[in-house]
Design a binder for this molecule. Structure first.
Ligand code: KG4
Ligand code: ZN
Length: 336
């Protein structure tokens, strides 16, 4: 009963093989980051072309890494959205064609649902639990009561946390994606809070990161480090970038901890906290949230980095439990 997962929602082409009794057998990923670096963000047209070039070789790698063939696969689970339409369509058409030609069950998976259950790939997480998802397109907290049974506790009113890292890194002239670079720069100055950026409304459960981006910008202007008129950084010293990166990271970690504390107070039945999505790769934020949970005697789970960023293993996992319930899609399955 193997499931082949396909994830092509943005700038990663990923195919995985999942076995319900043995777990993830393979998770092949091709990342387009180098392709988009020159543009400081993802170029949708280039992303979909690259998906088209890579999808077949990435699937062959996934099958050979798992030491299986297409014959062994029973279910094809693919991401139907949200994401870049051109990229999503590649995975949809590719997966649907194989499912039709080879007589496999077809399942459409929501990308966010994939992230939400990614912590199950390596752990047995108890229900109910709170899941903080933080990626380039999404920041939210869900109360997860079971497989496919979740309730949105909080979401972002504007930008996602990863997007804030990416945009502020761009402002500082640092490469895309911003999150990993911000972490490197912050580490050099010991994760200290130099500039005390605003943490937002303390009692609000929802997230808002566009104000933080503006606050960083105006703080740089006040320091004479940024020229608003010509949109250029006047002080491009490494030290300033490190201090901004460090203050930003401390601020985001504090916001996450505060929202989770509020959510835990509102949902005392939660037995654990999970932290998922690309931003969950961040070791400083992981540490801060781990210690917040330790203080409260709550278990904390975070996937290893390969399952935090976009990957097909999480899609195959959700596809597997949907298939077990018979929630199979028709041939009219489409992206959203
Ligand atoms: O989950 P993901 O791979 O793709 C989306 O579904 O968006 O997340 C990508 C986001 C990017 O914004 C990136 O800057 C952020 O995750 N990210 C990080 C780190 N690694 C990736 N943010 C903070 N610290 C990191 N180490
Ligand atoms: Zn994602």
């Amino acid at each position: 009963m193997l499931t082949l997962g396909i994830e092509t929602s943005c700038d990663e082409t990923s195919v995985a093989v999942y076995d319900p009794s043995r777990g993830v057998l393979s998770n092949a990923v091709f990342s387009q980051i180098d392709l988009h670096k020159a543009f400081g963000g993802v170029m949708p047209e280039m992303a979909s072309r690259s998906q088209l070039e890579r999808i077949a070789p990435v699937m062959r790698s996934a099958l050979s890494d798992a030491a299986v063939t297409l014959e062994d696969i029973t279910t094809i689970a693919l991401t139907t959205g949200p994401g870049l339409p051109g990229s999503l369509l590649v995975g949809l058409c590719f997966g649907k064609a194989i499912a039709w030609a080879r007589g496999k069950r077809l399942i459409g998976v929501d990308h966010h649902e994939g992230h939400a259950y990614s912590s199950f790939l390596e752990n047995d997480v108890p229900f109910p639990h709170l899941c903080l998802t933080a990626s380039g397109g999404h920041t939210s907290i869900h109360l997860i009561r079971g497989f496919g049974d979740y309730h949105t506790v909080s979401h972002t009113l504007d930008d996602a946390a990863g997007e804030a890292f990416d945009k502020i890194a761009k402002l500082l002239g640092l490469p895309y994606p911003g999150g990993p670079v911000i972490e490197q720069y912050a580490r050099r100055v010991g994760f200290e809070d130099f500039f005390s950026y605003p943490r937002g409304k303390p009692e609000m459960l929802n997230f808002s990161f566009s104000g933080l981006k503006t606050a960083v910008l105006y703080d740089l202007v006040d320091r004479g480090a940024y020229d608003m008129k010509h949109r250029i950084l006047l002080d491009s010293s490494e030290l300033l970038k490190q201090q901004v990166a460090s203050s930003l990271l401390v601020c985001v970690a504090a916001i996450f901890a505060r929202k989770l504390r509020l959510a835990l107070a509102e949902y005392p039945e939660a037995k654990a906290v999970t932290f998922v999505g690309g931003v969950a790769c961040n070791r400083y934020i992981r540490r801060m949230l781990q210690s917040m949970c330790d203080d409260r005697g709550i278990r904390f789970f975070v996937p290893s980095p390969q399952y935090c960023t976009d990957n097909a293993a999480m899609i195959a996992f959700v596809g597997n439990y949907r298939a077990e319930r018979g929630e199979v899609a028709g041939w009219n399955l489409d992206i959203f």
